[in-house]
Design a protein around this ligand. Sequence first.
Ligand code: ADP
Length: 180
Amino acid sequence: MVTQFKSNGVLIECIQGNIAEQPDMAAIVNAANAALQTGGGVAGAIHRAAGPELEAECRQFAPIRPGQAVITGACRLPNRYVIHCLGPVYGVDEPSDVLLASCYRRALQLAEENGVESIAFPAISTGVFGFPLPSAARIALKTALDALPNLVRVKHIRFVLFGESDLRVFVEALNACTSK
Ligand code: ADP
């Protein structure tokens, strides 16, 4: 099983780790809440590491809707930007698959517009928001792969999975999406 894939000069990789500890990436993506405030999971880890300045910077954009993404500075984080995506709550925000794909697509568009060469994503919506991991992984990877022809600035897309079994699911989805 390969954990990375290169096409059109863009590297896509899946690793195990903490999204708030990716110092080599220009942007990290937050699995945000509508209010763009700190919370549990990814949002808690990112806001804790960024400091209270991040909530202050987010205030002007809140609230956001499912499928939307906004970009801010990264405050005390070692990255240049944080891109905040509101994933769908599974079974509530419909169509969930379309809204989840929109998060990844919008985040990559914002990265392009801001000259971001490297971007790290968590598995949006797969925690508190309850999206089943295998379908979320397929949507994440397929959306990234579909975006490749339009990417000029972005050269490196990293999916950061918290747990070993979550990483396995993403790696299986990457292999399924790229083995044609
Ligand atoms: P959502 O509300 O969009 O479901 P969560 O933050 O609850 O977002 O979880 C999204 C995914 O990120 C889950 O799979 C969770 O296990 C994982 N996760 C939680 N904390 C971290 C972290 N610090 N780094 C990377 N992934 C994380």
